[in-house]
Design a binder for this molecule. Structure first.
Ligand code: ZN
Length: 153
């Protein structure tokens, strides 16, 4: 996004909100070059950060991929598709609000685990074990302990 005043391309997001029209996000940006502020309207898929995979390749945030990953973990658990979709929407919104251009795939995994932890213990452990390639069980247990101890629980 270029500044409409000086055409500089360095700017930061100072405010971000839904425009009330489908998947259009209204953003206030501040130019790093001239300091002026301007408003942009961006489509949801344009404001979501790219996902950095373990091999350093980037791919777009894929909502459906995350939904199917969670569904797999929630198989035969009392969790509706609607609940899963809500979780993924919340994660998407958090990512938009962060204003980051790129995000590590593991960060998304951690967010999913935090939500699953609140929803269903079994689904959470299943997801954690398939999502992350833990070196050994103790690494996995460490992760589990960290999340269980999180103060917002
Ligand atoms: Zn400017």
């Amino acid at each position: 996004v270029k500044c409409p005043f000086c055409f500089g391309s360095d700017n930061r997001v100072v405010d971000s909100r839904e425009s009330g029209e489908g998947d259009i996000i209204r953003r206030r940006r501040e130019c790093e070059d001239c300091g002026k502020r301007f408003t942009t309207y961006e489509r949801l898929e344009e404001v979501l950060p790219l996902v950095i995979k373990k091999d350093n390749r980037r791919e777009p945030f894929d909502r459906n991929k995350i939904i199917s990953g969670i569904q797999k973990a929630c198989e035969k658990r009392p969790i509706s598709v609607e609940t899963i979709e809500t979780v993924v929407s919340k994660i998407g919104r958090e990512l938009q609000e962060s204003g980051e251009k790129e995000i590590q795939s593991t960060e998304i995994g951690t967010k999913v685990m935090q939500y699953l932890h609140e929803l269903d213990e079994v689904a959470y452990v299943r997801f954690a074990s398939v999502y992350r390639s833990f070196k050994d069980i103790s690494e996995f247990m460490d992760e589990l302990q960290t999340l269980l101890k999180s103060p917002d629980k």
